[in-house]
Design a protein around this ligand. Sequence first.
Ligand code: NI
Length: 226
Amino acid sequence: MLIHIPGVFSRDEVGRIREALEQADWADGKITAGHQSAKAKHNLQLPESHPLSKEIGAAMLERLWSHPVFMSAALPNKVFPPLLNCYRVGDTFDFHIDNAVRQARGNPERVRTDLSTTLFFSNPEDYDGGELVIQDTFGTREIKLAAGDLVLYPGTSLHKVNPVTRGVRYASFFWTQSLVREDAQRALLFEMDTAIQRLTQDVPDHPSLIQLTGTYHNLLRRWVEV
Ligand code: NI
């Protein structure tokens, strides 16, 4: 399941973030890549300990933790904190699957990477190339979103970032361990929750809503891991 969530940050917020990123001291992206993916990865990244990573990461998570669509689609349990990356002309990250388990530096807790999230900080017109290419069950999708938008996709998917051929592409990404491990089960719950939300708006007093909401929670109870 691929989910596009628009406008997580406003145009002004994104402008301020991008200005800060333009001034930052970037490091080689290979620092957080696994052994195999280091060969495929050619970009810049802000170190995990960089104050700007922490500040932007915290702002993203705060925003998403109160975002009903993100919460319903991801059913987050815990996250590997957001990292920031920068692709200049010629930078690319070839096809790979992310490591299954990540551990943030200095933190004993491990995170299973059920879901990946990429949040775009550059506008599509500011660079050429740099599409996030994701292979899912419907084939290959090329994703290039407005600054401030994000895409949520399963950690099991093969993906890459096309070479940038003009301009600079700033983005952030992070991994989420979901309360529901299987993408297909999470997708069912999301569909059902979305339908319940719509019915709650359109026919708030319908007695079947209680039954349907109960069924949602009973399904979630079967599948949840805490
Ligand atoms: Ni990746």
